[in-house]
Design a protein around this ligand. Structure first.
Ligand SMILES: [Zn+2]
Ligand SMILES: [Zn+2]
Length: 458
């Protein structure tokens, strides 16, 4: 067995890995880097050119795993794309949004190769999907060889799967992005428990230590208390969220908190792709029972789109809770616009509920002290940070210690690290070496081919 990480920049970027099991060639995910643009944002697919590809497996529909899929599907139109049933509903919706974003960026940033794919490619790709139920080993045949794939619930976000690959060459588990905690709308991960030859492990939270007594429950309560404080002092609150998963999760959480009286009543604003995805989540809940979501929460919250004409530095005409994407305050998104309206006033507050990359406006704001100036580049508007800015640990990724004990439980011969920056991987490398001294741990260099069972580098 061999593995090649096709994510050219390392870290969390354009996730994609080529797995070779005997003659079989299987691609796991085909993402797009969230911050790079043009061809640079794609995995390096050149190694796949002119070679057969027996299957593509899609773990989940966040764009760092999905965003490049139409490009590679177009190059291999006969290759099946194996994924969970919710992903077959969510993937086309996410990708159609990407086409529109790329078309806009083509003119804004003069990127001539954009869009990297068009709506027609998405329709063609849809025909390659082969849906699989969770927990069942399915057999496939390609070029005279037989292999098996099972998908297991990975928590994290609706549809997310850990992948189990079995062939005569051996057995491999790929964690995918994974969360063991139960969320409001989704059960936690239940990956395979028996011993494996190879484990590919996500390492997102390798440098995040959870402080004593800090749980999902206690962080939720702290968030609700903060929202009440902001509303009581006559302010507005911005909760920046990812459109896929986190927005529907927060809608449900806040509606539940209002129902019990824990959260004060207030005007409520939502907009964008996440609202549209909410109706897809509702459909998935009804059809598969895999998530617990009812689109009627939008009505229950009285949620309406925010004033489209919010002006940087000017308070919104109506105070309330703004639950809008993007989660990292990326430029040209509703959360960026709302933040520019709220940040200069002490009664307002911004509550981050997920990870922010340090290079994004959200990450930069978190690193800015109260009273220091913050620049909204797009508007050429700067203001001292007057509103409160807080972060709540409601991550969609498993704690590092949970991942290490999971690895321990399947005692792999070889562990391959993925989906984390280099410090995060280093932590895992030493933590895993301690509990699994017999296992070989590979932190793969991009585009290098590693032999997984046997001697090592090739
Ligand atoms: Zn993800
Ligand atoms: Zn990811």
């Amino acid at each position: 067995m061999f593995i090649t990480d096709l994510n050219p920049s390392g870290g969390i970027g354009a996730n994609s890995m080529l797995v070779e099991m005997g003659q079989l060639r299987i691609l796991i995910d085909a993402g797009m880097h969230p911050k790079l643009m043009g061809y640079e944002a794609l995995p390096d697919f050149s190694l796949l050119q002119g070679e057969p590809l027996d299957a593509i497996v899609l773990t989940h529909c966040h764009l760092d795993h999905l965003g490049g899929l139409p490009v590679i599907a177009r190059a291999h139109p006969a290759t099946p794309i194996i994924t969970s049933l919710p992903n077959i509903t969510l993937a086309p919706r996410m990708l159609r949004n990407s086409v529109n974003v790329m078309k806009r960026q083509r003119s804004e940033h003069n990127i001539r190769e954009y869009p990297l794919f068009v709506h027609r490619d998405i329709s063609a790709m849809n025909r390659q999907f082969e849906g699989q139920r969770f927990g069942k080993l399915e057999t496939y045949r390609s070029r005279g060889e037989t292999f098996q794939i099972a998908l297991h619930p990975a928590g994290h976000v609706a549809g997310a799967a850990s992948v189990e690959l079995v062939s005569s060459a051996g057995r491999m588990i790929i964690s995918g992005d994974m969360l063991f905690d139960r969320q409001q709308t989704l059960a936690g991960a239940s990956p395979p428990k028996d011993a494996t030859d190879v484990l590919v492990l996500e390492t997102t939270r390798g440098i995040t230590e959870r402080s004593e007594g800090c749980t999902r429950e206690s962080e939720t309560q702290r968030l609700i208390a903060m929202l009440n404080t902001i509303l009581e002092r006559g302010g507005s609150c911005l909760i920046p969220v990812f459109a896929l998963g986190r927005m529907q999760e927060m809608m449900t959480l806040l509606a539940n908190s209002r129902r019990t009286g824990a959260l004060r009543s207030s005007p409520f604003f939502v907009t964008g792709l996440g609202v549209d995805l909410a109706s897809h989540f509702d459909k998935i809940a009804r059809q598969t029972g895999l998530i617990d979501f009812d689109v009627s929460v939008i009505e229950e919250l009285g949620a309406v789109p925010p004033d489209p004409n919010l002006v940087p530095g000017r308070r919104p005409s109506k105070n309330g809770i703004y639950l809008v994407s993007s989660g990292m305050l990326v430029e040209h998104t509703p959360s960026y616009q709302v933040a520019a309206s709220l940040l200069g006033y002490p009664e307002n507050g911004i509550c981050f509920v997920g990870y922010c990359d340090p290079q994004t406006p959200g990450g930069m704001l978190l690193a800015t002290e109260q009273g220091e100036r913050f620049l909204f580049d797009v508007y050429d508007y700067s203001t001292p940070v007057m509103s409160s800015v807080d972060q709540f640990d409601l991550s969609g990724h498993a704690d590092r210690d949970e991942l290490v004990s999971y690895a321990q439980s399947v005692s792999p011969q070889t562990i391959v690290l993925t989906h984390g920056d280099s410090e995060a991987r280093s932590w895992f490398k030493s933590a895993l070496a301690e509990v699994l001294p017999q296992s070989r741990i590979i932190d793969p260099e991009p585009l290098q081919r590693y032999e997984l069972i046997g001697n090592g580098n090739v």
